[in-house]
Design a protein around this ligand. Sequence first.
Ligand code: GKR
Ligand code: MG
Length: 419
Amino acid sequence: MLIREITVTPVAFRDPPLLNAAGVHQPWALRTVVEVVTDEGLTGLGETYGDLDHLDEVRRAATALVGLDVYRHNDLYAAVARSVGDAVVTDRHGLIGAATREKTVDRVFSPFEVACLDIKGKAAGRPVVDLLGGRVRDAVPYSAYLFYKWAGHPGEAEDAFGAALDPEGLVEQARLFVDRYGFRSIKLKGGVLPPMEEADGIRALRDAFPGHPLRLDPNAVWSVETSIEVGRALDGVLEYLEDPTEGIDGMARVAAEAPMPLATNMCVVTPGHLAPAIERRAIGVLLIDHHYWGGLLRSSHIATLCATFGIELSMHSNSHLGISLAAMTHLAAATPAITHACDTHTPWQAGQDVVAPGALRFVDGAVPVPDGPGLGVELDRDALAVMNEQYEKCGIRARDDATYMRAFEPSFSTRRPRW
Ligand code: GKR
Ligand code: MG
């Protein structure tokens, strides 16, 4: 079955002022929607980042893929690799680790691979989970992903989530998410306040939610010493500590002293990082993310490899829409090694989506694998058009949390380590 046509559509949707080590989320988040159409008239969907440098690579790769067979995964990957050439696409926010050429190819390939799996599922009349090994769970547990945040974007009214700048605010935010979605695990995005203040926030969450596993992720802005100190202070409280410090070497030094496992979506972000991380025992948990690990099949292979070496799996997330949530859910449903609740930013999108309502929902903190063939989601073309118009008008062409933050706090620094 040959690819007849590919449409690449950038979109923008409202995003609240979520704080992190890189600064603060801009009022609009960007994504790119990929539609692959075959000579038999089947359509598959993929979703990826919206930053312009990446979008340019995705557009170029789309042209290179026309005429190829959706079943020839290796040929498709080789065509994307040729199209990318020596390009290395870097993020400005720096929250998913360093860029490499290999990671660039994997990122560009991912939405096309997901779209081809969607097509293959539709052709076979089976959900994508069945093409990845079959389900080991009917619904995928996700975590409540908490952020320190301002009440609203400066100059705008307070948003529906309100402010969260202290332990009480965090507990209130967690209560909202747990009550509304039923989440049974909680993650706090840290790297915003002095580390011991964030540890106080975790303790408040522990008191308020005694049965919920907790994680803290400061995106590598702590020194090795600070990381060990915070790790010891939170002994027995955290399920895992995510990216406390930068680099495989630093993480290995913390891992040797901290009482809990360390997780990462920053120091192991491409296959080449695995051998040194395993050798140094730098991580206990890998947060897999099909958006930069080369799609669902390659992510599934990485998960198997990790399990072989005793590394547990969870899943990383950036601001995303429903095509990604569907893909993440199929992957996690088919991957026995993903034993920790996955991350998702979905609640922060407050219902904005490019997929038609109904296919994706949270039940007791988990997303049931969508019914129907392929990914099980359909594009809402009106919503896509609206979000594409928002992209054209919003003026943002790359995620840049630091520059946005400096508009309000001119001395804001992204130095690492910061504490
Ligand atoms: O959305 O601000 C954010 C997060 O900080 C995100 O960009 C990170 O990549 O969720 C991510 C993480 O776990 O590091
Ligand atoms: Mg992280």
